[in-house]
Design a protein around this ligand. Structure first.
Ligand code: FAQ
Length: 342
């Protein structure tokens, strides 16, 4: 339904008949190494296609599930201005999901299949969206830290080897920059407020800091996809290197805001030219990824309910499209053919 899929299952896509599979793979790897973009109709090895479908669809699911924690505050934003900004941001996330589903569909998979994988729990989405948003400061922290981490990870994806994904990421990154700034602005305003508002910000930062560092994925030595994704130019910077860049950028921003990052081990290491930080609790990360975080069930149930309750919209849109197509077909059929026989 609504698919832009080109129906090209990987086993039916063959390399040029003149090339053996090994030669085709070598040519493909050389194209990636030269930094060329791979386009939807180009030959690609099946594992490259599978990796992209996996990553792009997980990314799309993250955007759509990511609407839920913030959506929780749409009716309770403290002013008209903040409500308008939040509405725009949540709508942007929905749009990002749509660009990304469309990019995944160019690889020959249908949106129905992608959504079914999310709803059945087969497909992952970002661990970060399984944490709750009990206070208004959580909305600021999502913008500042979650969107901040998302941008750090996604700017290199604008140069990812797969053209449709890379192009989608350009617009997404522009919008994420606005999201990050609105979060910082929201927190900055609260930090000029009462002691209770400042405490609310600090509490939210304390709760989100470690889960945000986990967003970048497992340490490089435990990242099974790292090697091939780097070889094929899908990943330009490793999980650990992005995490480090993020920590280094955020330390200064936290000082401007006047909040403390909840890690006694966080300190500048002059020899490395980077901040050291304490070990991350990867047990918590895997628990959340495997469905046992604070809000996993609630998030998935909300998505499934939204899909089921929206079935009538999809049916109506399809019926309307069929009607339009029938009208158009009738309009192009010559009048003589339409006349019934005597
Ligand atoms: N959560 O070998 P790697 C956003 C899984 S969008 C859950 O390192 P890879 C916007 C990984 O899938 C946020 N699972 O994997 C927004 C794999 O499992 P699999 C999402 C995770 O792919 C803001 C396994 O662990 N961004 O925030 C996570 O090379 C505010 C092994 O890991 C993207 O999706 C995790 N955090 O690297 C919206 C960006 N990390 O598939 C609303 C695109 C890892 O074998 C509000 N994705 N796993 O079953 C990527 O850059 C990569 O996929 C990584 C993971 C870096 C996330």
């Amino acid at each position: 339904m609504y698919t832009q899929s080109m129906d090209v299952p990987s086993d039916e896509v063959s390399a040029s008949p003149a090339l053996s599979d090994a030669e085709a793979s070598a040519t493909f790897d050389a194209r990636c190494a030269r930094g060329e973009f791979i386009e939807a109709k180009d030959w690609m090895p099946a594992p490259y296609r599978q990796t992209l479908v996996r990553q792009i669809s997980q990314h799309a699911h993250s955007e759509i599930v990511g609407m839920l924690p913030e959506g929780n505050w749409l009716t309770r934003a403290p002013s008209l201005k903040r409500k308008t900004i939040l509405l725009a941001k949540v709508q942007d996330e929905g749009g990002h999901g749509l660009y990304l589903y469309a990019a995944a569909e160019t690889l020959g998979t249908s949106r129905d299949d992608l959504i079914a994988a999310l709803h059945s729990g087969r497909a992952k989405y970002s661990s970060i969206f399984n944490y709750p948003t009990p206070t208004w400061a959580d909305i600021g922290v999502i913008g500042w830290l979650v969107d901040g981490a998302a941008i750090m990870n996604q700017v290199p994806l604008c140069r990812c080897s797969y053209g449709p994904y890379a192009r989608a990421m350009i617009r997404i990154c522009r919008e994420e920059s606005f999201h990050q700034r609105q979060g910082f602005d929201l927190l900055h305003t609260l930090m000029q407020g009462t002691a209770a508002q400042q405490a609310m910000v600090q509490d939210a930062v304390n709760r989100w800091w470690w889960p945000v560092l986990m967003m970048f994925g497992p340490p490089d030595q435990d990242s099974p996809h790292a090697e091939t994704s780097v070889k094929w130019g899908i990943k330009r910077i490793s999980n650990d290197d992005l995490r480090q860049k993020f920590v280094d950028a955020i330390v200064e921003q936290a000082a401007v805001l006047g909040v403390t990052l909840p890690d006694p081990g966080l300190k500048w290491n002059a020899a490395r030219g980077a901040h050291d930080f304490s070990p991350i609790d990867w047990t918590e990360f895997w628990q959340v990824v495997n469905g046992h975080g604070p809000c996993n069930r609630e998030r998935l149930a909300a998505r499934v309910a939204a899909y089921d309750e929206g079935a009538w919209v999809r049916e109506a849109a399809l019926a309307y499209a069929d009607k339009q197509a029938a009208r158009q077909a009738a309009a192009v059929t010559p009048a003589t053919e339409r006349r019934s026989p005597p």
